[in-house]
Design a protein around this ligand. Sequence first.
Ligand code: G3P
Length: 228
Amino acid sequence: MSDKNNASQQAKNPLLVGWNTPANLVTYARIVLVLVYIVLTVMAGPEGRNDLILRWVAAVLFIVAASTDKIDGYLARSRNEVTELGKLMDPIADKLLMCSALIVLSAFSEFPLAWLITVLFLVREIGITVMRFFVIDTGGKVIAAAWPGKLKTVFQSVALSFYMVPMWSLAGADAGANGVYTGWVRWYYLLAYALLVVALVLCLYSGYEYLKGVFVKPAGSSDAKDAR
Ligand SMILES: O=P(O)(O)OC[C@H](O)CO
């Protein structure tokens, strides 16, 4: 696309402004990483019992994808290239990673009340994403991630990283027999579960705050700051 075409496209759709900044390229790369992560996790099977090596690789990919969350935001701010597209895509990349991990781990029944917890996460994450598009569609500005949402993502990342790492494999052959863990592995998975529940509480709370910002406060006074 020529510079002239590019400029006229961007004038028509302000969301396209800065679509190819380094920060946004990192966000796209994170989305591709999510796809690879899903394939490897499914191939590895429940708790990685079909292929332990693949599960370790998937766990490392998950941790890399989750921990690069800050890189795109940092690049955008430090290069003074914070874009509307970036503010929209950054939470979407996080949600794709977290929701796909939740769905796969639930399908594998890797934590108690898995589908109930996952559905609650999904309803909030999809609902807020739809609301973000609705606000843009009705002429509003992109609702950037606010601190409760960012904190939620940190807890989600840590809890799901704990689950992704097949720690049972380091604890002796029968540590996970019949799905019942003993010794320190039991504590490890209890901690993972506690972190996941905290993430769920933060998820619902931050969703409520976003809803309040859009539907209760006057337009333009949302809590959501432009702090990608
Ligand atoms: O809570 P959200 O929807 O704003 O998402 C938060 C982002 O994942 C933080 O990077």
